[in-house]
Design a protein around this ligand. Structure first.
Ligand code: XMP
Length: 527
């Protein structure tokens, strides 16, 4: 395993990502991680970039053990400065920012004085190569016992290596795609210099994870978890099913604001298709009754979130009582959560999680007073790895590629009050829009699409009659991380077809508009 210590650069997680693409297992932890607290020893350590200057009083620094355990170290950007700072505090020039492409010139030293290890980082890369720079401070001269292994026009020490130890620092970012040979640099470091194993695959992950779950839970332990029909919770549930069979209890809460026929479909796929032990609770009346008169977006979110927790807790109690009654099983002690790596990264960051923009209610966000221990089998994976894992576990393609759907459901896609009639309209329009997107072969290209209902009335003529009805707003975005997003450029013929179908087929709608707001300033959802 390669340990990545994160100083908070926006690119840090990509380091882990690239290493896994090379079939090398890698974990990222906050830069302040004490090595003595790990129950494993890394084969090598990478210090990431970060938005600081090592000279600031509150600048973060790594555990001294990093320089004592004797494994190779690669410092990237701030990481390079952290190494330099450890080998002599006066080696940095002030903050001169440099962003963008730079031409890197590699300097080779041969086997002479240094025994050849210094050349290994840039093996198999031409002497002149393009790199991506994004940094504040740069080195003014080398720390003691280091030599230069690469330069750029503005950075005379764009790469350095220790003369006898396997410590390397680079000023550029090898983990971004703007550094075309960056992956080779990471491979040289991890495989040739650290001798990390390159046998990490999804199949192996599945076996290891099933083994780990079995050990953790024991032969009697029981696990409960909420599922939503989305890819994360389904993959997590299927993994539990493979590990402990019916001692895993999945719960789907029908909150009345799921998509059309969703509860039914999820039941079919999970129970009949995947053999998961699933209980569906129809709580739609309770949710819809409680939503009466609520128009404030945050109030809707809070009400749905809290009610979800109440219903889940009641169901858990009931399932626990039944399970306890049957002789084979123990108590339910565990709660499954579909937490992914990006959520983990966010919460382990030493700066603390980023500010809350909206109250996100996830199926996972359950209260601590349930007294259950958490089990999070996906916490090491990125979204596309979860998809791959899903395919590996035999989950249908359709589900694996499903667009994300928010916990508060279409309640936050119905602006204003949520009534059963408004739910019907929003659902029917959504079905048509998604059907047409799939028919046009655009579903995978679009990251998320849905129909929202605007509770304003406009005039139209339908048949020979004047009507006064509501509007549907279509939303479709492309994004990689859901933090920023662009609206999808449909062609006119497509929009015309969708609009005609919605107006003709959905009672209560006489106009359709397309939302052409990017995020930011818009958000993906409308509330
Ligand atoms: P926004 O609207 O914040 O959405 O741009 C970003 C992504 O998050 C999803 N989203 C949610 N997911 N619970 C969820 O599980 C929520 O409360 C929630 N709100 C937004 C949204 O669908 C998009 O994918």
């Amino acid at each position: 395993t390669i340990l990545v210590l994160d100083f908070g650069s926006q690119y840090s997680h990509l380091i882990t990502r690239r290493l896994r693409e090379l079939n090398i297992y890698s974990e990222m932890l906050p830069c302040t991680q004490k090595l003595a607290d790990l129950d494993w020893t890394p084969k090598g350590i990478i210090l990431s970039g970060g938005p600081y200057s090592v000279y600031w009083d509150d600048a973060p620094h790594v555990d001294q053990a990093v320089f004592e355990i004797g494994v190779p170290i690669l410092g990237i950007c701030y990481g390079l400065q952290e190494i330099a700072w450890n080998f002599g505090k006066n080696v940095l020039a002030g903050e001169k920012r440099e962003y963008g492409h730079a031409a890197l010139k590699i300097e080779r030293h041969g086997d002479g004085e240094t025994g050849g290890h210094v050349d290994k980082l840039f093996a198999e890369i031409e002497d002149d190569t393009e790199v991506w720079m994004s940094h504040g401070d740069k080195l003014s001269h080398l720390p003691e016992d280091f030599i230069t292994i690469a330069t750029t026009k503005n950075a005379p020490f764009a790469g350095m290596a220790h003369k006898s130890k396997k410590y390397y620092g680079i000023q550029f970012h090898p983990e971004v795609t703007h550094t075309p040979k960056g992956k080779i640099v990471l491979k040289n470091f991890a495989v040739d210099i650290c001798q990390a194993r390159t046998d990490w695959t999804m199949g192996k992950f599945v076996d290891q994870e099933i083994e780990r779950i079995r050990k953790l839970v024991g032969d009697k332990g029981q696990v409960i978890g909420a599922v939503s029909g989305g890819v994360d919770s389904t993959v997590a549930a299927k993994l539990m099913k493979e590990a402990i069979g019916d001692r895993f209890h999945a719960v789907l809460v029908d909150n009345g604001v799921l998509r059309q026929d969703e509860a039914k479909q999820v039941k079919e796929t999970l129970t009949a298709g995947l053999g998961i032990n699933l209980t569906v609770i129809d709580a739609s009346k309770r949710f819809l009754d409680g939503l009466k008169g609520v128009t404030e977006p945050e109030k809707k979110r809070k009400f749905i979130g809290n009610t979800f927790i109440e219903v889940f807790q009641e169901t858990a109690k009931q399932i626990a009582a039944e399970a306890h009654g049957s002789s084979a099983a123990g108590e339910i002690e565990w709660l499954l959560q579909g937490t992914l790596y990006p959520d983990v990264i966010e919460s382990i960051s030493f700066k603390g999680p980023s500010a809350t923009i909206k109250t996100h209610h996830n199926v996972g966000g359950l209260p601590k007073d349930m007294n259950l221990k958490l089990i999070e089998p996906l916490r090491e994976l990125f979204k596309d790895e979860v998809r791959e894992l899903g395919k590996n576990l035999g989950i249908p393609e359709d589900l694996v590629w499903r667009h994300p759907f928010p916990g508060p459901g279409i309640a936050i896609r119905i602006l204003g009050e949520v009534t059963p009639e408004q739910v019907r309209i929003a659902r029917e329009a959504d079905v048509i829009f998604i059907e047409e997107i799939k028919a046009a072969g655009l579903y995978r290209q679009i990251s998320q699409a849905f129909a929202a209902l605007l509770p304003v009335k406009a005039v139209g003529v339908m048949g020979d009659k004047r009507v006064h009805e509501q509007m549907i707003a279509l939303r479709a975005v492309e994004t990689t991380d859901f933090m920023t997003a662009d609206w999808f450029p449909f062609d006119g013929a497509f929009l015309k077809k969708v609009s005609r179908r919605i107006v003709n087929e959905v009672d209560g709608v006489c106009r359709v508009v397309y939302d052409i707001t990017s995020k930011p300033p818009g958000t993906i959802e409308m509330e």
